[in-house]
Write a protein that binds this ligand. Structure first.
Ligand code: CO
Length: 515
């Protein structure tokens, strides 16, 4: 290199073999195995359970899934009490998993391109999908729900992780109805706490069904946890790929990406359904702002507001809130320059990170007044974080409100697309950053922020927003197994590292359930 060349981005600080070593089958199911801290001490106030979901079976009879998102859901439960911890894990007993366990080979096609053996002829016109229950896991009432957005949830026993079966949520869902894998937990904007979620029926016209469930019993109001409290349906033209959404006290916020769906290669057995999604270059997506049932906005707006969004592609949002000083609706989202897809000929373990866009955190301010008169000029946007990031969250008590802090998984390098190896705490007011890193041999998953339980329940919510811990399952490339890392949420100092007796492939989402 010549001395005059501009400085290149620092070289990636990881070994691809370490990253790829996490793609494997989970070979065993453990029950309440006690865990010790290899370093540090487990905080004695940490009391509850971290549930994680993600693909646990990626290969059968020598055949690999085309994409890890096609792998069968496996739930890990990490329980904490009095400075002690234990681990259990179990596959979700979906019909597909059971049939394939018995057969010893793949029998179903996957949404992300996994084909059953036999080539195109065996796959053509076979549109049966395996509900793989692998995307998220949340507690609702007396059940744990393993979520996969294209179909109904599977209900599990929260203690034993035993699969009870597909759940229609007491008749709320119809057989086969889509149910998002990204519920939002409203901490109490309308009285008691709620789980707000949605299902999408996508086609030339798409319909969003918004649903709000109670998450706590309220005997005085005759409400029990898990009960549907409110719902609405809204239809609009165009194919909608909606993975996530955000809530405020008044609004459910959706971002409809500029994505086209051409089902022909899927029907013909050449591609998985998700591989038939293609971005429409030059076209922007749009926000759909749906007034939440019963909220003040619902009396002012009968129909959802449609607002053009900045160009790009979004899987996940950080949060949304209403800014009382300006009247703006603010939405923070992880933006990609384009839809990152893996073609039919590519091995996911050989993916070229440099060739696909990275996620970056973007703040959109939607002027609600202008959205009604001149929607094209209603959005202003600014980067909050340009370092490659994903899986961002705020303190659960700030869900739908203006947060001070965000925690997210980031790449080790400050620019460019790499695997996620570090945890960042971002001060959204000052821009100050703190980073804890697992590089060079560690690879992080979604960090989960757990607030410290209030010492005085009467003063709930009075403690600082960053008082608590961040829990993260980390793939340890040196051990070829997973670690659970506990950080102080305020300064990201390492509190404890638990070396798990389990190798958990790169996972998706999870949640904390306080004791
Ligand atoms: Co997701």
């Amino acid at each position: 290199m010549t001395a005059s060349a501009t400085a290149p981005a620092a070289a990636p600080a990881y070994d691809r073999a370490d990253w790829a070593s996490a793609f494997r089958n989970v070979g065993r199911e453990l029950e309440s195995v006690p865990l010790g801290a290899a370093r540090g001490r487990i905080p004695s106030e940490l009391s509850g359970c971290l549930y994680r979901n993600g693909p646990g079976r990626l290969e059968r009879a020598g055949r690999w899934v085309h994409h890890p998102f096609d792998g069968d859901g496996m739930i890990t439960a990490l329980r904490f009490e009095g400075g002690r911890a234990s681990l259990s894990n179990r596959f979700v007993r979906t019909a597909g998993w059971q049939a394939e366990e018995e057969a010893g080979r793949f029998l179903c096609r996957g949404v992300f391109g996994t084909q059953k053996p036999g080539g195109m002829l065996a796959n053509a016109f076979d549109l049966r999908l395996k509900n793989i229950a692998n995307t998220h896991v949340v507690r609702l009432g007396d059940q744990l729900l393993a979520l996969w957005e294209a179909a109904e949830p599977h209900a599990l026993d929260p203690d034993t992780l035993e699969t009870r079966g597909i759940s229609m949520l007491d008749g709320v869902l119809k057989p086969g109805e889509a149910f998002s894998a990204h519920p939002r937990f409203d901490p109490g904007h309308h009285g008691g706490p709620r789980m707000v979620t949605f299902g999408v029926k996508a086609g030339p016209t798409s319909t969003i069904r918004l649903m709000e469930f109670a998450t706590a019993d309220d005997p005085a109001a005759g409400v029990r946890a898990g009960q549907l409290l409110a719902e609405r349906r809204d239809s609009f033209r165009g194919f909608a790929f909606l993975h996530d959404f955000a809530i405020t006290p008044n609004w459910a916020v959706f971002l409809q990406n500029a994505i086209a769906f051409n089902p022909l290669p899927y029907v013909l057995g050449q591609k998985g359904a998700a591989q038939c999604l293609a971005s429409r270059p030059g076209e922007a997506g749009q926000f759909w702002l749906i007034p939440r049932p019963g909220a003040a906005a619902a009396s002012r707006h009968l129909r959802p507001l449609r607002v053009p969004a900045p160009p790009g592609f979004v899987f996940h949002h950080l949060n949304a809130f209403e800014d009382p000083s300006t009247g703006d609706l603010v939405v923070d989202s992880i933006y990609y320059a384009d839809f990152p897809s893996i073609g039919p000929g590519t091995d996911f373990r050989a993916v070229d990170f440099e060739s696909i866009p990275e996620g970056q955190l973007l703040r959109c301010r939607i002027d609600l007044e202008r959205a009604q008169s001149d929607p094209s000029g209603a959005v202003r946007h600014d980067w909050l974080e340009q370092r490659c990031c994903e899986f961002a969250m705020v303190n659960p008590a700030r869900q739908g409100l203006e947060p001070r802090y965000a925690w997210m998984a980031v790449a080790e390098r400050e620019r460019g697309n790499d695997p996620l190896q570090a945890i960042e705490k971002l001060d959204l007011t000052t821009g100050e950053r703190r980073v804890w890193s697992a590089a060079p041999r560690g690879f992080v998953s979604e960090p989960v922020m757990v607030p410290r339980p209030d010492a005085d329940p009467a003063a709930a919510g009075s403690s600082p927003e960053d008082d608590g811990w961040v829990l993260c399952v980390v793939w340890n490339g040196a051990r070829c197994a997973s670690d659970l890392v506990i950080l102080n949420a305020a300064d990201l100092s390492e509190q404890a590292v638990l070396e798990l007796p389990l190798a958990i492939p790169h996972g998706l989402h999870g949640s904390w359930v306080p004791a």
